[in-house]
Design a protein around this ligand. Structure first.
Ligand SMILES: Cc1ncc(COP(=O)(O)O)c(C=O)c1O
Length: 385
């Protein structure tokens, strides 16, 4: 039983710099709605640091994916391939457009989609593939781009967890995640590396989509072009919604981006400690995170894949008894209450295994070395029982 005063939640939001000062400045500037100074600063940060042709901040990654779905032009009769082991927001935007979602399986050593499994799902109606970079680790983008060349679908990157991480191709060229597909979506939800409560961004890499993206972002109006003086009045020109965040979120996010290096370095030390202290669990048949060779590391999470669903449930209860609050993750979308009745596809064993057996350990900026050691000791004790 517990013998100390630790209480370790799964996540804790944090201040990395001048978040509160920036919010005050936004209020004092007299412009608190969207697309103000801080929105432009944050967008410019991504565009200049990662060579993104156009970045638009959004109120969430879900919103960024809804914009992506509109930009993809999919509708009834079109198919979009998505890994079943992902968050609902990877799929919902395409259902909202009336498209058919086709689920593919994850790989056996990594929850990312398995490019080899994906090919069999491609038909003449496949219009898009959503590449979800799980744990911030890059999908096999070279494999996916080769399929794209053959079949001609659009690639949408769901880089919700992948801020500041890269794919490295066979020639050693690095490309930041979110910049490889036609568009890429990021999340700044409070559980991510860089946060602003709720928030996201859409990277628009296919420049032929930029003008329409700005319109969709501004409720279907050409207001952005109006502010730039390109049109003499603005009006309703397309479908769209209110996808842009307020300056409060953008101000908070800007302070986090100013401290990106520090945040990422701290997270890398947390990951290293978990990796070192729990390495021996592999000998017991527990699956540990294995970064694919084509991915760099952004230390988004540390997970274990236990040997059965019952073992995972017992593990979570054991940790909770010791005031440590781990979290399981996605439930296979093809088995969800919303989708199961309409699912006609094959079994997706790896998606089901990760749904049943994967558990994430607490991981946040202010997690101390002592707390990590306490978590690791408790995890190790579970397997010694
Ligand atoms: C893979 C994936 N995509 C999209 C989202 C949605 O992000 P947001 O909460 O910013 O809308 C999440 C949420 O964590 C996610 O895990």
């Amino acid at each position: 039983m517990k013998t100390n005063n630790y209480r370790i939640p799964f996540n804790k939001p944090f201040l990395a710099g001048d978040e509160l000062g920036h919010i005050a400045a936004a209020v004092q500037s007299g412009h608190l709605s969207g697309n103000g100074v801080f929105t432009k600063k944050a967008q410019h940060f991504f565009e200049s640091r990662f060579s993104i042709p156009k970045c638009l901040l959004t109120s969430s990654c879900t919103d960024a994916l809804e914009m992506a779905a509109i930009l993809s032009g999919v509708g009834p009769g079109d198919e979009v391939i998505i890994p079943s082991y992902t968050f609902v927001s990877s799929a919902n935007p395409f259902i909202l457009r009336g498209a058919t979602v086709v689920f593919c399986d994850s790989g056996d050593i990594h929850p990312n989609l398995d490019v080899n499994n994906l090919e069999q799902h491609i038909t003449a109606r496949t219009k898009a593939v959503v590449a979800v970079h799980y744990a911030g680790h890059a999908c096999d983008m070279e494999g996916l781009l080769a399929l794209q060349q053959r079949y001609g679908f659009m690639i949408i990157e769901d880089a919700a967890q992948a801020v500041d991480n890269y794919h490295v191709n066979g020639s050693g060229q690095k490309q930041v995640l979110g910049s490889i597909g036609a568009v890429g979506a990021l999340s700044f939800h409070e559980t991510k590396n860089v946060i602003c409560g709720e928030g996201g961004a859409l990277f628009i890499n296919d420049v032929s989509l930029t003008a329409r993206a700005e319109i969709i972002w501004e409720k279907g109006t050409n207001r952005s072009a109006f502010w730039r003086g390109e049109v003499d009045k603005y009006g309703w020109v397309d479908i769209g919604s209110s996808f842009l965040p307020s300056e409060v979120q953008a101000a908070f996010l800007t302070a986090q981006l100013e401290n990106l290096e520090r945040i990422q370095n701290k997270r890398l030390t947390i990951l290293e400690q978990y990796t070192t202290q729990l390495a021996s669990l592999k000998n017991l048949g527990v699956q540990l995170p294995e970064r694919p060779a084509w991915s760099t590391e952004n230390a988004h999470m540390f997970y274990l894949v236990l040997r059965s669903g019952d073992e995972r449930d017992a593990f979570i209860s054991f940790l909770k008894q010791h005031d440590i609050y781990p979290a399981f993750h996605y439930q296979s979308l093809h088995r969800s209450p919303f989708f199961a009745a309409r699912y006609r596809g094959q079994t997706l064993p790896h998606a089901d295994r990760y749904s049943g057996c994967l558990v994430r350990l607490p991981f946040y900026f202010s997690l101390s070395d002592d707390e990590i050691m306490y978590v690791c000791e408790t995890v190790t004790n579970f397997f010694k029982r």
